[in-house]
Design a protein around this ligand. Structure first.
Ligand code: 5GP
Length: 218
């Protein structure tokens, strides 16, 4: 639905941020399932792998030393320390996807978002996902049950810090209902794809249209 046949466009860097447990991961998964033109940016991290996670699919799990080498050799578009671990976005896959006219989805925190905005404001669209309430956020983290009680307590503390940056984002989704939030997220993507500045050959298309109309008027 978002694509206009015959009009090529620049890829969008779609950034999703939220505290853990606000529903961002499910929104991300749904978007990747339903939008063939969207590729996920797979981050590198020094965090321990959770049982359900696969190296190379959910994250590139790296040692601190390996991460530092990536960071120091300029392989990362952005990086940050989150919850005591390092996370970063490998540059090459993003540049490749954008060059292929694909959109790239980033699940990164406010620190990484700031860095992408500083470097590539024109290409970046930012969305912040808020939980409907503090109680609901806590319940969702507990239901996930993959993390220990102390990790959950730490994440709740960090949620307030992450949420305090909501005003730095272009769009806000209050995630009461996943289907509603997903429909809104797709609407954002569709509208952003239709922006004039995103279209690569719209000028020649419009020029041709005007030239043809002129001929008709003669
Ligand atoms: P988790 O450990 O729960 O998977 O992720 C913790 C936080 O790190 C999330 O808020 C997530 O968005 C953020 N994060 C994941 N990958 C990156 C990354 O590459 N860069 C930055 N800046 N944050 C990331």
């Amino acid at each position: 639905m978002g694509e206009q046949p015959g009009i090529s466009r620049r890829g969008i860097m779609l950034v999703l941020s939220s505290p853990s447990g606000a529903g961002k991961t499910t929104l991300t998964r749904n978007l990747l399932d339903q939008e063939q033109k969207v590729a996920l940016s797979i981050s590198a991290t020094t965090r321990t792998r959770r049982p359900s996670e696969i190296d190379g699919v959910h994250y590139l799990f790296r040692t601190k030393r390996q991460f530092e080498v990536m960071r120091d050799s300029g392989e990362l578009l952005e990086w940050a320390e989150v919850h005591g671990n390092f996370y970063g976005t490998p540059r090459e896959p993003v540049e490749k996807a954008l060059a292929d006219g694909r959109d790239v989805l980033f699940d990164i925190d406010w620190q990484g978002t700031r860095q992408l905005l500083d470097k590539m404001r024109e290409d970046v669209v930012t969305v912040f996902v808020l939980p409907p309430s503090a109680d609901e956020l806590k319940a969702r983290l507990e239901r996930r049950a993959e993390d220990s009680a102390s990790v959950i307590a730490h994440r709740l503390q960090n949620a307030a810090e992450e949420i305090s940056h909501w005003q730095e984002y272009d769009y806000i989704l209050v995630n009461r209902d996943l289907d509603d939030s997903f429909a809104r997220l797709r609407a954002i993507l569709t509208a952003e794809r239709l922006k004039r500045v995103k279209m690569l050959d719209i000028e020649s298309f419009a020029d041709r249209l005007l030239a043809d109309l002129k001929k008709m008027a003669i």
